[in-house]
Write a protein that binds this ligand. Structure first.
Ligand code: UDP
Length: 337
């Protein structure tokens, strides 16, 4: 499989919002290795300084060539935080809490960063760098509790507009709308990547999502917290595969206005997820120790991406299977605990 990403990125100036996040920090490292000049912005609402420890000193000043870090909230006009006279080739808008407990704890920040920040960034580009490309981090949450399975890009979703998850789901949907307006009405090159569940090193062990929770519980020999009966499903993509999809999408010519699902279609129930983690950490998958908890409201019953469009257009499919990716993630968490 040819790597499409590298040449496009060499020498490009890229604004990356959410640069200290789980996905943003991995993208930062790859972009620097491809010779990009990266302006990384984060306000640490959910991003973590630890994720950039190799790249920044304790005052958040870059220790490496071609990286500028700015601590700022991108839900304000871009001129408030971006240095003057920077010519941007590409904006990757990845700032946003993504874990349900985290975005529910910061609902206003969450809906602003996905809506007004998207508007401010595109409004800045149209006035200053109208030829720049803009890639929005969308989400499988736009499908809500899906009535269609697996989910294709053409599916409009089944989302509660006023529930516990709405600050995230609906603002991501509005973010997509804003990208569509700037693409259709103002001919900007906007692209939307719908990201399904992702895991791997640099995930915050305390962020409350299922993979960090279950791995941390296994490592501490605590019971697995299973919400509801655990029959709900998710399809998990390893971080390196996800970044490869994203960078291929950002780099490829001719994809302006496109929306593409990315993820790994291998689907597991939450109970089976716990059993696999038990096997890898504790050496057995039978008689796992469970602490049952209430299923959160609007928790999607099933989720699996249809990635045929990504496979065709981006000429890539996931390379890391669930157990292999989990082993790498478990090692990362083991060193933190
Ligand atoms: N979940 C669980 N135990 C946990 C954390 C999550 O059973 O300790 C369930 C949760 O109810 C959901 C699934 O695992 O059905 C995935 O949750 P996560 O928060 O990782 O992300 P989501 O895909 O719901 O955004």
């Amino acid at each position: 499989m040819e790597n499409l990403s590298n040449n496009y990125f060499n020498g490009k100036t890229i604004l990356l919002t959410g640069g200290a996040g789980f996905i943003g920090s991995s993208l930062t490292k790859r972009l620097l290795s491809f010779g990009s000049k990266v302006i990384s912005v984060d306000n640490f609402i959910s991003g973590r300084k630890e994720n950039l420890v190799d790249l920044l000193d304790s005052n958040l000043v870059s220790k490496v060539e071609n990286l500028t870090f700015i601590q700022a909230d991108v839900s304000q006009p871009v001129v408030n935080y971006l240095p003057e006279n920077v010519h941007l080739d590409l904006v990757l808008h990845f700032a946003s809490p993504a874990s349900p407990p985290r975005y529910q704890a910061k609902p206003v920040e969450t809906y602003l960063v996905n809506s007004i920040a998207t508007h401010y960034l595109l409004d800045f580009l149209i006035n200053n760098n109208p030829d720049a490309r803009f890639l929005f981090a969308g989400t499988s949450e736009v499908y809500g509790d899906p009535l269609e399975h697996p989910q294709k890009e053409s599916y409009w979703g089944n989302v509660n507009p006023n529930g516990e998850r709405s600050c995230y789901d609906e603002s991501k949907r509005l973010g997509e709308t804003i990208c569509g307006v700037f693409s259709r009405s103002f001919r900007m090159d906007t692209r939307i990547v719908r990201i399904f569940n992702t895991y791997g090193p640099n995930m915050d062990p305390a962020d409350g999502r299922v993979i960090p929770n279950l791995i941390t519980q296994a490592l501490k020999d605590q019971p697995f917290t299973i919400y509801g009966n655990g029959s709900q499903t998710r399809s998990y993509c390893y971080i390196d595969d996800l970044c490869e999809f994203i960078l291929r999408f950002a780099a490829k010519e001719g994809l302006a206005g496109e929306t593409i699902n990315i993820g790994n279609p291998d689907e597991f129930s939450i109970i089976d997820t716990a059993k696999i983690i038990s096997k890898l950490v504790l050496g057995h998958e039978s008689e796992i120790n469970i602490e049952n908890k209430t299923l959160p409201s609007d928790d999607p019953t099933r989720r699996q991406p249809d990635i045929s469009k990504a496979k065709t257009l981006l000429e890539f499919e996931p390379q890391v299977n669930f157990e292999a990716g989990l082993k790498l993630t478990i090692e990362y968490f083991r060193n933190l605990i």
